[in-house]
Design a protein around this ligand. Structure first.
Ligand code: HT7
Ligand code: ZN
Length: 874
């Protein structure tokens, strides 16, 4: 398979100025007529070549004349046409078979033949499965789309853009037309057709446009769309206020589907959502999922500017829209909820998902330099690390400077396909700063290690902080350079107050917090007028996506955990301390760090006034995946057991009585509402129940069973069920049977029924997974279901998946091969769970390698899965 390289980029030799599409829609057969107005770049002398895959060509004409067969050539992936000129019009007609499309890319059927609906997914390269086109993001065209279909089977017809007429046809058919005035790349094209219900709201933009907001879903879930509608309105208002960005069409449609490869898609004027990120009601949606709905609705909406109005020149620039949009969503969610908790969740996600990617065989820069299959590059690196890079830039410019830069970026690039250089250029130009040193962050893979050490000189009253940085090699990038690392820092006195900072040459002497940019392999900062040895608090707010090493004296971290006024930094210190405690327990069975961690938390637990949600996070040590990252020869079972022991020590320190009475008080006080206080209380309640289960299992199981029965909503219900399952409670089977029956008709809730059972740790997990895959409700055809079973097991339950006998790897590899034949994108993404195989202890490593190698050797793997498994073996 060919490798696509950034360095090979050429501007398109041909462009499409206008496109008119006409769909004759049917579930088995759909016909697509296309009319392209072509423009030729006079500087290039290339034949007209259009992308097109799996298209049955019915007719073709150039400038009104049917083309004889010797004037065009169709291969598996392209159509080459002779004789086209600047201004030519190419007309084609093709046949598609939507019901046979299991890859969920291009035009496909969601749901059953009888009641389902048709929809499209074009990003990244799905449009070529619909018609012949220059299916690349730097070809922007104006779209006019006409849909025709049987009215009773397809009463609702939607496409992106503004409505431009509709009417009846003979034989019970009808039509609808849409015109999108904004030129767009093909990946933002979308249509939807079928039986759908709607909720609608009128919205007026800050600049005065009346917009109809409409959310569509299958009829029986339409009452679960209100929360998403509220979130959409909040997002629109926020983008007006925070970035001065207004919506730019008369309608904004959002559609929910259960059959989707990703979270959602920002098609212009017609967003499509995985139902998981759109539908919400207290009975079946957890608090975390409510926040995810709000975040994804916002993310897709924000793309209307960061992605749609300004799009990417090529797919190497993917983070230009994704990193930026994740960052914008993070700002929005921080404004709508608790900023500290949002930052904690985002950094935890980065460490859990992106750091391992950056440390493994699939490591790639935020802007990759080559790929074989672009769908494999919708990664945590492009999204989450990409967002961290935008955050660093925003931090450097400050809020006003960043806003100035963003205004200039949008003004310069509106209606165009841009690059990362355009982005940094605009931010820099608006502020008179050269940001080009930050480009290296986009080109270099791997997580930098920042090592800090301090030395106090009492006679000179100076504290010298030395920072060294080093990035380990990644595949294809042996040599690494030093990057500009903004380190936000403060110094604490032993009594817990922040010291005024005096650094030579630093402008704001006396501030208690400052940012030092570490951009050399080694550098030193000297703080003057320091009266006693201070405790440094580094990388505050997680000011750069690096791994901080050194500075792990237990007493210092315990001090920060107790005293830092900033919730995020408190958590950060707590995580470092918990890691030290974990390692002491692992290596020596006990030691000071454990007492320091447990003691500091016991102190906080007894205090009034701390946010219960923050307390719950503080009382949670880093997860098993993160702990495994620190080891060369990870034994997931041992990691699980040690982490459990550490939590048990914490539970002992807090005391069973205290945990129980706090739990009971929360159970009495907590309302069923979605307000921040109730959510926070539920979060702490869950944590306490988990801790109690390590101390007094029967009591915790009894409480969990009670909580399950009395739960007013899904958050409490699922938390209780998880405790029952994980502790192998006698009450678990009954609760699971009840849950199964209660939610038999709710696929999203049923997904939770599958995934919660995969969380039984250790030996029993495999048999549970094998039973679940024989369940009547299980299918490889639905991505959410696949992820709720294999994804949850392999990703979130290391001790249950990584067996010494390798049976977990073999089962997964077998299913990956089956899945690949149906849906290569989902197979490839699921395969990345094996990314860390090289860092397992030798026995598991050998078993994992065998399974991956056997999979790699199979005939007929998709390009998607082949690229992932082969890269993992290299
Ligand atoms: N921009 C969207 C990406 C996406 C996607 C990519 C590949 C295959 C299917 C897909 N569905 C959606 C999602 C987003 O970041 O907003
Ligand atoms: Zn996105």
């Amino acid at each position: 398979t060919p490798t696509i390289r950034l360095s090979d980029y050429r501007a398109p030799a041909w462009r499409v100025e206008r496109v008119e599409l006409e769909f004759e829609l049917g579930i088995d057969v759909t016909e697509v007529a296309s009319r392209l107005l072509l423009r030729r770049d006079r500087a290039q002398d290339e034949p007209l070549r259009l992308d097109g895959e799996g298209l049955e060509l019915l007719s073709i004409a150039l400038d009104g004349q049917p083309l004889p067969v010797d004037r065009y050539r169709q291969t598996e992936a392209e159509l080459e046409v002779d004789g086209a000129r600047d201004g030519s019009v190419l007309e084609t007609r093709v046949r598609l078979r939507p019901a046979q499309n299991t890859a969920l890319e291009g035009l496909y059927l969601s749901g059953s033949r009888d009641t389902g609906f048709l929809l499209t997914q074009c990003e990244a390269e799905g449009f070529r499965h619909i018609t012949f086109f220059h299916d690349r993001p730097d070809v922007l065209a104006q779209y006019t789309v006409t849909l025709r279909a049987d009215r009773s089977r397809f009463p609702v017809l939607l496409a992106g853009g503004n409505p431009d007429g509709a009417g009846e046809l003979a034989d019970g058919r009808h039509w609808a037309r849409f015109v999108d005035p904004h030129p767009k790349p093909s990946y933002l094209f979308a249509i939807v057709a079928g039986r759908l219900e709607r909720i609608a709201r009128d919205y007026r933009t800050a600049d005065g446009r009346a917009v109809k907001l409409v959310i569509w879903s299958e009829a029986h879930v339409i009452d679960r769309c209100e929360y998403a509608m509220d979130a959409l309105e909040r997002s629109m208002r926020w983008d007006e206020q925070a970035y001065g960005r207004n919506y730019d069409l008369d309608v904004f449609h959002v559609v929910a589907t259960h059959d989707f490869n990703m979270g959602a898609m920002e098609n212009k004027g017609l967003n499509v959502f995985n139902a998981k990120y759109l539908l919400a009601d207290p009975d079946s949606t957890t608090d975390d999922e409510y926040r995810a709905v709000e975040a994804v609705v916002a993310h897709e909406y924000f793309h209307n500017w960061s992605g749609n109005r300004v799009t990417c020149r090529d797919w190497f620039q993917l983070s230009l829209k994704e990193g930026l949009t994740v960052f914008r969503e993070q700002q929005f969610s921080a404004d709508m909820n608790s900023p500290a908790l949002k930052r904690i969740e985002d950094v935890a996600l980065l460490r859990r998902a992106q750091f391992p990617e950056d440390a493994g065989p699939l490591a790639h820069p935020v802007r990759p330099s080559q790929y074989s299959e672009i769908n494999n590059f919708y990664t945590a690196t492009v999204y989450e690390k990409g967002s961290e890079l935008v955050r660093m830039l925003a931090g450097k410019l400050g809020p006003d400077g960043f806003r100035r830069g963003m205004d200039l970026y949008f003004a310069h690039n509106d209606g165009q396909a841009a690059t990362i250089e355009d982005f940094l250029g605009a931010l820099g130009e608006a502020n008179g700063i050269d940001l080009s040193p930050y480009l290296a962050w986009y080109a270099q893979a791997g997580t930098p290690r920042l090592r800090a050490s301090g030395r106090y000189d009492a006679t000179r009253r100076e504290y010298a902080l030395t920072l060294t940085q080093h990035t380990p090699p990644t595949p294809g990038q042996a040599e690494k350079r030093a990057l500009p690392v903004p380190v936000k820092l403060a110094l604490f006195a032993r009594d817990g107050h922040m010291l005024p900072l005096h650094v030579d040459g630093h402008p704001r002497s006396g501030d208690t917090e400052l940012v030092v940019v570490a951009d050399k392999a080694e550098q030193q900062i000297v703080f003057r007028e320091v009266d006693a040895e201070p405790v440094p608090s580094l990388l505050r707010g997680f000011s750069a996506p690096v791994i901080l090493e050194g500075m792990d004296a237990a007493a210092d971290l315990a001090l920060l955990l107790r005293h830092d006024a900033d919730g995020f930094n408190r958590w950060q210190a707590g995580q470092q301390l918990a890691t030290c405690a974990y390692e002491t327990l692992r290596d020596h069975g006990g030691g000071g760090a454990i007492d320091a961690w447990c003691g500091a938390l016991a102190g906080l637990f007894a205090e009034d006034g701390i946010d219960p949600a923050l307390l719950a996070e503080l009382m949670t040590p880093p997860g098993e995946v993160e702990l495994a990252e620190r080891e060369r020869e990870a034994d997931p079972e041992r990691i699980h057991a040690t982490r459990q022991q550490l939590q048990q020590r914490l539970a002992e320190q807090l005391g069973g009585e205290a945990i129980l009475s706090r739990y009971q008080a929360l159970a009495r006080e907590t309302s069923a509402g979605l307000d921040a206080t109730s959510q926070a209380q539920r979060r702490l309640k869950r944590r306490l129940l988990e801790l109690l289960a390590l101390l007094d299992t029967p009591t915790a199981q009894l409480l969990a069973a009670q909580q399950y029965e009395q739960a007013p909503g899904m958050t409490d219900r699922l938390a209780a069920l998880a405790v029952l399952v994980r502790s192998d409670a006698p009450q678990a089977a009954g609760a699971l049977a009840h849950f199964r029956q209660r939610y038999a008709d709710n696929p999203l809730a049923l997904d939770k029924w599958f995934s919660v059972q995969t969380q039984r740790t250790g030996e029993p997990a495999l048999a549970i997974v094998q039973t679940l895959e024989r369940d009547a409700a299980f299918t490889l055809k639905n991505p959410n279901r696949v992820n709720s079973l294999y994804g949850a097991w392999a990703r979130n339950n290391p001790s249950g998946f990584h067996r010494t006998d390798g049976a977990g790897y073999r089962l997964l590899a077998e299913r990956l091969a089956e899945l690949d034949a149906l849906n290569p994108q989902i197979a490839a993404r699921l395969a990345t769970v094996l990314n860390g195989w090289r860092r397992l202890e030798p026995v598991r490593r050998a078993r994992a390698r065998e399974a991956i190698a056997a999979l790699a050797e199979r005939e007929g793997l998709s390009r998607n899965l082949a690229e992932i498994v082969r890269s993992m073996l290299h």
